[in-house]
Design a protein around this ligand. Structure first.
Ligand SMILES: [Zn+2]
Length: 132
């Protein structure tokens, strides 16, 4: 968890945002929903909603991915950008959307129990079957 400002956007620029304040360390999520929406495991940082500002969101669409959560994506270029629990005051942002390297690092693997086995995970990091 570190405090800084950053900027990010999707591939086409239809979704453009800036962040500030505390950013959570990055979690690699290996759940089936991340696999299906990202095409691979997902890497998310997380911030408070109030620390996210949009410069552009004309192509941002939300998909209700479960009863408890939704996922924000770009309807033009297809980027998987956000994950959000319905009742949370925080939002997860795909680490790859940022223009510069985040000042936080990947510190854990989550939802590894039923992950696909075509890739190796960093064994030095803590592993969790569900959320940590
Ligand atoms: Zn886009």
């Amino acid at each position: 968890m570190k405090k800084f400002s950053s900027r990010g956007k999707c591939l086409c620029g239809g979704v453009e945002f800036s962040t500030k304040g505390f950013h959570r360390d990055v979690s690699s999520c290996h759940c089936i929903q991340c696999m299906k929406t990202h095409g691979n495991f997902a890497a998310y940082t997380n911030i408070e909603d109030k620390n996210l500002k949009f410069q552009n969101k004309k192509t941002l669409k939300w998909f209700k991915s479960s009863k408890r959560a939704k996922r924000g994506f770009c309807s033009k270029c297809g980027a998987s950008i956000f994950f959000k629990f319905n009742k949370s005051k925080n939002i997860s942002i795909s680490a790859g959307m940022f223009d510069k390297s985040l000042k936080v690092k990947t510190t854990r693997n989550i939802f590894i129990k039923n992950r696909l086995k075509y890739y190796k995970i960093d064994k030095s990091l803590p592993k969790f079957n569900r959320y940590s």
